[in-house]
Design a protein around this ligand. Structure first.
Ligand SMILES: [Zn+2]
Length: 330
């Protein structure tokens, strides 16, 4: 029998699910454990993530794998220089301000790295996915919210305090409506799952005969992004207008990215990406209205439907990225 190859422990902490796994250098997920984030009760997500990692560790050790590190992707910004999760963590408030990397290091006796989940996703697309071989890539992750990760000339851009890549909250309409982040006219209002749902709700509120409202059983809050996409595909003019605006907003953002940074690749992923895939031509047409043609011609834009597994592989990619960086600096 050949000796089992080394693996890293990787964990993606989401608002509803924590997914942990053992991942090889090639990005193969060998063991996987999942649990609801708040399984152990409110405020106990860290206990849940520690127990999932222990189960994966025990499983990997039983199979003879050497463990070389731990990576974690968490929602919200992370100040990696200070080694702390930021004070605002959507849906997992108990992570706020925690020195999670140090805690993992101590508990498992392995090198440990923690970063924002979309930064981890960007590293996954760069190392294993649509951005392989690129020097620069930007990942736009369209889920409930809208996050982004930026790799420029081989470096993940984290910014001065971990906010690098918060492109969901850059304005695409400077006099647009107020955003839940405190700004206004943000990209997330138009192109995230929550934004698409709420934009549709605003359009049909008070119109009991609107197709969207009828399809939602008359419950305004039951109008979600998947429903809007479904009705838009069926020709409902209100739903079509919302999706049209989503495509235009994404096009404006791609124009900004292409003109400002001219990356090799822009990857659009996340839960909403599958619904956007048939609209790729429409989104690129919008990008063409804002981008320098030569800049856009040299940036490949690709839509990749995403899942939790990719973020988990991203947490593993974070370990490989940081380990290589440490060796470079030595
Ligand atoms: Zn915002």
């Amino acid at each position: 029998m050949t000796k089992a190859e080394p693996v890293v422990l990787a964990v993606d902490v989401g608002g509803t699910t924590i997914a942990a796994g053992a991942v090889t250098q090639a990005g193969e997920v060998l063991l996987e454990e999942r649990a609801p984030t708040h399984r152990d009760g409110p405020g106990r997500a860290i206990e849940c993530l520690m127990s999932l990692l222990e189960r994966v560790r025990d499983g990997a050790e039983r199979q003879g794998h050497a463990l070389t590190g731990i990576g974690a992707g968490v929602p919200g910004p992370v100040d990696t220089a200070a080694g702390r999760v930021a004070e605002h963590v959507p849906h997992v408030p108990e992570l706020a301000g925690r020195a999670l990397a140090a805690e993992l290091r101590e508990r498992f006796g392995l090198p440990a790295f923690v970063d924002n989940d979309v930064n981890a996703l960007a590293l996954a697309e760069w190392r294993f996915g649509a951005g392989r071989g690129a020097r620069s890539l930007i990942v736009l992750a369209l889920g409930t919210g809208l996050g982004a990760g930026i790799v420029l000339d081989g470096r993940l851009v984290r910014g001065a305090s971990g906010f690098g890549g918060e492109l969901g909250h850059t304005p695409v309409k400077f006099d647009g409506p107020p955003c839940w982040c405190g700004g206004r006219g943000c990209l997330a209002l138009y192109a995230s799952g929550r934004g698409i749902g709420e934009a549709a709700q605003a359009r049909v509120a008070g119109h009991a005969d609107a197709a969207l409202l009828r399809a939602a059983g008359g419950d305004l809050l039951a109008i979600t992004a998947p429903l809007v996409f479904r009705l838009a595909a069926g020709g409902d003019p209100v739903a079509m207008a919302v999706i049209e605006e989503a495509c235009q907003a994404l096009g404006a953002m791609i124009g900004t990215l292409v003109n400002g940074l001219n990356p090799d690749v822009v990857v659009i992923t996340g839960g909403v990406a599958a619904s956007l895939a048939p609209l790729e031509t429409r989104i690129l047409k919008a990008a063409g209205e804002y981008a320098f043609p030569r800049a856009l011609a040299t940036t490949r834009v690709t839509i990749v439907p995403g899942d939790k597994r990719t973020t988990m592989r991203g947490a593993a990619a974070l370990v490989f990225y940081e380990t290589a960086r440490g060796e470079e600096e030595r």
